[in-house]
Design a protein around this ligand. Sequence first.
Ligand SMILES: Cc1ncc(COP(=O)(O)O)c(C=O)c1O
Length: 400
Amino acid sequence: MNRALDLLQPYPFEKLRALLAGAQPPADKKAIALSIGEPKHRSPDFVAKALADNLDQLAVYPTTIGLPALREAIAGWCERRFGVPAGWLDPTKHVLPVNGTREALFAFTQAVVDRSPDALVVSPNPFYQIYEGATLLAGATPHYLPCLAENGFNPDFDAVPADVWQRCQILFICSPGNPTGALVPLDTLKKLIALADQYDFVIAADECYSELYFDEQNPPAGLLNACAELGRSDFKRCVVFHSLSKRSNLPGLRSGFVAGDAEILKPFLLYRTYHGCAMPVQTQRASIAAWNDEEHVRANRVLYREKFDAVLEVLGGALEVERPDGGFYLWAKTPVDDATFTRELFEREHVTVVPGSYLSREVDGVSPGANRVRMALVAPLAECVEAAERIRNYLETRQG
Ligand SMILES: Cc1ncc(COP(=O)(O)O)c(C=O)c1O
């Protein structure tokens, strides 16, 4: 077997299961899971219809590069959403469909890393665990940048030593972040592009939460905005990862895209052809319908906004927690060790959260997830509010 498999960490949910094993939650309280990262709002009916209307495509082998119509719809969406001047994103070169960003982040890392012994892949810490597993299986070493409250939950990129940038082959950024919800500011994105040029690495921007934000007048900037503002029409060293999972409540469709540097996407397409990850045609057709509609996305944001407002009101004063820049997570500070908090909350209130230390790695004695928990507001409003009330109750009785 591939010995790199031994390097993979158990997934955070496995660790959570072990933590809660044998715990006895109160039988009279219904379980509420704030631990899952799965969108739970209703999938749009028109997308389901487009999928059903195209089931005759089951008889067709899809191509890895995807339908021109899908790549055109995606390029159009990027132009509208990220201020990319018309014509810069050539759908034949700068866009590839992927079966969700998870698959794409993993495959991209395999295609990009050159397996030199000193290869580093740099990522935020805490982070989405696929970055780490993909790095290890690609034969590179993960290098983690702590995302701490004092730096707005973003990495302090200025503090990264030159030798790390020299060895860096891929820089993962996640904006808005999972679990922190922090946005990487536009100026920082521009600075990172300059660093990528200086040290010759690729920026892989995981923006799968980019459509979940609070101010309708101020959609968060992404790496494509930075390219547009810099006049970087070739998107050199820049690749963005987007998904319909969160934007459109379609985690089961498995549909997203990568867009950016054509010189990277061309060999990535070759890799994908061998990997065997073409998107089924019916999925592509349904995806076109989803990328061409914003009304359902606005309605989706309204639901999240209501939940953040209501939950933060209940938790205010009881727990140190702030509204994130985007995404659907709260990244709350715990008054006790995060694993203890998680287990006690489950035992007393039947509410499940994820300990922050399960989502981060300890480096030089610092674990940026320690004494924090991640809470996903994916359940319906009433359930999220009830969970918040139970958390409040747990904290008050604990103090009492
Ligand atoms: C940060 C981050 N990136 C990528 C993904 C993968 O999402 P999908 O494959 O559904 O696009 C997730 C899913 O939870 C995530 O949290």
